[in-house]
Design a protein around this ligand. Structure first.
Ligand code: PHE
Length: 346
């Protein structure tokens, strides 16, 4: 063995030296990437050195392999370091650039909107809670008992036809009104109590601009001693004035529902013309708003209460209707359409 360098060592080191220079000279990320491909890519010069092993005399192969490995590691370390330098230089340049205006407003991203039904529900809930009402949540899938029987609507009762029902295979149903929670509440709380229960209700109906198979109601129920129609009238006026945020006149007309006695349709003074008469109220000065009445003794009994001791009033407010009145929505089907153009108007 002579002490002289084998020829391959000089070749390999020359290639590595050239690569190091190219790395140092690369002034952009793209240039650096090209150097990387040329040196350590699959067909890169350093990678190809490794494949020369069969041409090296066997006694020198180990030393050759070690050298190429080292050169490759050095090249990769240099590439990584240069990459960091270039990134840092980019950041520095951007910060130093005095055309960078930190007072520019950011990029506006489209924002979500609270659904008008949620807006109105929140409002109704806050008015009622401020007056001592519980806000309750009851199931949408109900028993026939809670939705009908307990409300004085036995299966043969013609009033069942007023609310076409989605029946489930197991005999349950989708509640047709939030009144399904009345008897639940009577079982849940000891009287006196007052509560509202908002939620979705379902009717097996063809849809049009004023009918939807799924819509929203809020039920109000108050149970106490010596409750009369005078309480109902005054409570309704106070509540509606708070919800609509203006003085409203109300009037009651007789209305029939098997679970209230007496039952009423409640009208409010027309919010458009102030009661003088206009096309919206069909010149009457009144708008029909909600049905209500005194809780029927049969319902109190179904709820385990003695009608001689306890009475109450109940109302069923159509939230979908209220939203339409409040925001001038022309078609109830828009409410559940999920149409972003509609929602973005709120
Ligand atoms: N549940 C009735 C309906 O949806 C409305 C109602 C509620 C009437 C409470 C009177 C009292 O048609």
């Amino acid at each position: 063995m002579t002490g002289a360098q084998p020829g391959w060592q000089g070749d390999a080191e020359a290639i590595a030296g050239k690569t190091m220079q190219a790395i140092a000279a690369a002034s952009t990320m793209e240039a650096l990437r090209q150097v990387e491909v040329r040196a350590v890519g699959r067909q890169g010069e350093i990678s190809l050195l490794m494949r020369q092993i069969p041409t090296i005399p066997p006694a020198e192969r180990k030393a050759f392999g070690q050298l190429v490995n080292r050169l490759q590691q050095e090249a990769e370390a240099a590439l990584a370091q240069r990459k960091e330098q270039l990134i840092q230089a980019l950041i520095d340049a951007e910060l130093a650039d005095d055309t960078f205006d930190v007072t520019l407003p950011g990029i506006a991203r489209p924002r979500g909107h609270v659904h008008p039904l949620a807006l109105v529900t929140d409002k109704v809930e806050s008015v009622f809670t401020s007056m001592g009402f519980h806000v309750l949540d009851y199931p949408e899938v109900e028993s026939e008992f809670n939705n009908f029987e307990a409300l004085n609507i036995p299966s043969w009762h013609p009033a069942r036809d007023m609310q076409d029902t989605f029946w489930l295979d197991d005999g349950h149903l989708l509640r047709t009104h939030t009144s399904s929670g009345q008897v639940r509440t009577m079982h849940q709380f000891a009287p006196p109590f007052r509560a509202i229960f908002p939620g979705k209700v379902f009717r097996y109906e063809a849809t049009d601009a004023s009918h939807e198979h799924t819509f929203h109601q809020v039920e109000g129920l108050m149970i106490d001693r010596h409750v009369s129609v005078a309480h109902l009238l005054d409570s309704m006026r106070t509540l509606l004035t708070a919800i609509l945020e203006r003085d409203v006149e109300i009037r009651l007309r007789p209305g029939y529902f098997p679970f209230v006695e007496p039952g009423f349709e409640l009208d409010i003074s027309c919010q458009v013309c102030g009661g003088k008469g206009c096309p919206v109220c069909k010149q009457s000065g009144w708008l029909e708003l909600l049905p209500c009445g005194l809780v029927h003794p049969q319902v109190l009994r179904a709820g385990g209460l003695d009608p001689a001791e306890w009475q109450g009033w109940a109302f069923g407010l159509g939230l979908s209707r209220l939203v339409m009145m409040r925001y001038g929505v022309p078609d109830v089907r828009l409410l559940l359409s999920g149409d972003a153009r509609f929602l973005s108007a709120f």
